[in-house]
Design a protein around this ligand. Structure first.
Ligand SMILES: [Zn+2]
Length: 276
C-alpha cells in the first residue's frame, strides 16, 4: 500500500465498558418500554395499523436507546454489538410477553385472580401456558374477525421476528458510521459537511460500486439541489489529528402522500485521512 492510497477506517474491536453498561442500562430500558408496550397492547381501543406503528415504535426506541448506550460505553466491537443486540432482542421479546400477559390477566381477571409482576416474569413455563390459552380463543377483534389458533400464533411469530430482528440490527449498526480516536478515547464529531455534484448515471449504480477515489474527484455543488453526494468530515475534537470522511448519496422522492422526501443512502467505507 502506497502512502497516497486511501485508508479505510476500521474499529479497533475493543469493547470499552459495554459488557457492563449494556446490560446494566439496557435491561431497565427494555423493561420500561416493554411495560408500556404491553399495557398499550391490552388497553388500546384501536387495533390494526396502529398496532403495527406501536410495534415499530417499540423496536425503534429500544434499538435507538441501545445504540446510544453502546456509544456512551465506547464500544468499538461490532461483533459484540451483534451479540448484545441479539441478546437484547430476546430479552425484549420475553419482557414484552411478560408485560402483555400481566396486563391482560389483571384487566380481565375476575375477583382476586390478579397476578404480581415478578410472578409472571419468573415463570416462563406458566407464560407459555397462558399464551396457549390466549391462542385457543383469541382475545381481540381486528377487521371484524378474532384471530386465534394457527393464525394468531403466526402473527405472534411475525411480531417476535420484528422485535428480535429489529433490535439486533439497530444495535449492531450503532457504530457502523462512526469513527473513534483511540489516542484520545473519544468519538469523532462532524467538523464539516459539503455537497458534491453527481451526474444521472451515478444514481443508477449500486452504492457498493462507488470507489473513494471517484468520490474525492467529484466537484463541489452550490445549493441544495437533488441528487447529490453528502461528504462529512469527522474529526477528533481533542487532538484534531484523527480525521475521516464519510459519504452518502442523497435523492429526493415523492412519497405516497405526494410529499417530497429526502432519501439518504450510506456509501460503504469511511476514509481515514493519513496522519502527518
Ligand atoms: Zn484524538
Amino acid at each position: 500500500m502506497t502512502e497516497e492510497s486511501p485508508l479505510l477506517y476500521q474499529h479497533s474491536g475493543k469493547m470499552g465498558s459495554a459488557p457492563l453498561l449494556v446490560p446494566v442500562l439496557g435491561v431497565p430500558l427494555l423493561f420500561v418500554t416493554s411495560l408500556i408496550y404491553g399495557y398499550i397492547a391490552v388497553y388500546s381501543p384501536i387495533v390494526g395499523y396502529l398496532t403495527v406503528l406501536i410495534l415499530l415504535g417499540y423496536v425503534f426506541v429500544n434499538g435507538f436507546g441501545l445504540a446510544l448506550i453502546a456509544r456512551f460505553a465506547r464500544c468499538r466491537s461490532e461483533r459484540f454489538l451483534w451479540l448484545a443486540g441479539l441478546g437484547a432482542g430476546l430479552v425484549a421479546l420475553y419482557f414484552s410477553w411478560a408485560e402483555f400477559e400481566h396486563a391482560l390477566i389483571n384487566r380481565y381477571a375476575s375477583g382476586g385472580q390478579h397476578v404480581a409482576q415478578a410472578e409472571i416474569l419468573l415463570s416462563p413455563g406458566a407464560m407459555w401456558g397462558v399464551a396457549g390459552e390466549i391462542a385457543a380463543e383469541g382475545w381481540y377483534a381486528v377487521f371484524g374477525a378474532t384471530p386465534s389458533g394457527f393464525v394468531l400464533w403466526l402473527m405472534w411469530l411475525v411480531e417476535a421476528g420484528i422485535i428480535v430482528g429489529g433490535v439486533t440490527l439497530f444495535t449492531a449498526a450503532a457504530i457502523s458510521r462512526e469513527v473513534y480516536c483511540e489516542d484520545c478515547g473519544k468519538w469523532c464529531g462532524t467538523a464539516e459537511e459539503c455537497r458534491l455534484k453527481i451526474d444521472p448515471e451515478f444514481l443508477t449504480r449500486p452504492v457498493e460500486s462507488v470507489s473513494h477515489a471517484e468520490l474525492l474527484a467529484l466537484p463541489p455543488q452550490k445549493g441544495r439541489a437533488y441528487p447529490h453526494v453528502k461528504a462529512e468530515v469527522l474529526c477528533c475534537e481533542k487532538c484534531k489529528q484523527t480525521t475521516a470522511m464519510r459519504f452518502s448519496r442523497l435523492t429526493q422522492e415523492v412519497n405516497s402522500d405526494g410529499k417530497k422526501e429526502e432519501k439518504s443512502q450510506d456509501i460503504p467505507g469511511i476514509l481515514l485521512q493519513p496522519r502527518e
